[in-house]
Write a protein that binds this ligand. Structure first.
Ligand code: CA
Length: 230
């Protein structure tokens, strides 16, 4: 799941990015309001949520919220700010933010607020993702596979394999282009090579097949991939 973080404080931005990455989110980090707006206008459907600081260079968090809502962008917005007076909260919410977190805050609270916002979002997908004989194991960053005899095995995935499989499982039997996968699973400033999607798919496909998973990843030559689940 990809998150847009718009925060100009390097230490806080870096802490949030690391913490979210640790929890299997992919984070694009913009350091001012204007570049945040530009990231979003490339394709707003890439992001599940935006975390927006109130005080930002070039375009403030409030102005950005107002602009997004006036362009009918519906993605959930969580505002970060040091302001904690009631009238500031009202200003933030009136501008179109969905929730509000006052600095300093703990990462556990940020993650909980994010989960709450995602649950309310129209595009929300439940935490339990199951296809064929496999289920994504959010607790252990892996998959649970049931064999023909009904016994369960636990397979560990790397962070990228997990993010990639989650995205494929959210779109079963649909062909996803290389570019679409890359834009959602790798951050915008990633220096990953152009064949990174193909390389990760090969690794994941091997792991699924060796683990006896019934869904398979099909290559659509020159276009992309499809997770086949009958
Ligand atoms: Ca700031």
């Amino acid at each position: 799941m990809k998150i847009l973080l718009i925060e100009d404080e390097p230490d806080l931005g870096s802490t949030i990015q690391k913490s979210l990455s640790h929890h299997q989110y992919i984070v694009d980090w913009a350091i001012d309001g204007q570049s945040g707006w530009e990231y979003l206008t490339i394709d707003p459907t890439i992001y599940a949520l935006a975390i927006v600081d109130w005080m930002l260079p070039k375009l403030s968090g409030i102005e950005l919220c107002q602009r997004l809502r006036s362009h009918n962008y519906t993605l959930p917005i969580l505002m970060l700010t040091a302001k904690d007076r009631m009238e500031d909260k009202i200003t933030g919410l009136d501008a179109g933010a969905d929730d509000y977190l006052v600095k300093p805050f703990g990462m556990a609270e940020l993650l909980a607020r994010m989960r709450a916002l995602q649950r309310r979002a129209p595009t929300f997908k439940p935490d339990r993702l199951q296809l064929g004989n496999m289920e994504l194991d959010y607790g252990n960053n892996g998959i649970l596979v049931t064999d023909k005899q009904g016994s369960l095995s636990q397979i560990t995935l790397t962070a990228k394999e997990f993010q990639l499989l989650e995205y494929l499982m959210q779109h079963p039997n649909i062909t996803l282009t290389h570019e679409r996968i890359r834009s959602r699973i790798w951050s915008i400033d990633s220096d990953a090579a152009s064949n990174v999607v193909a390389a990760q798919i090969r690794l994941l496909r091997k792991k699924l097949s060796e683990s006896g998973c019934s869904p398979t990843i099909e290559t659509i030559r020159g276009f992309g991939y499809r997770l086949i689940c009958n």
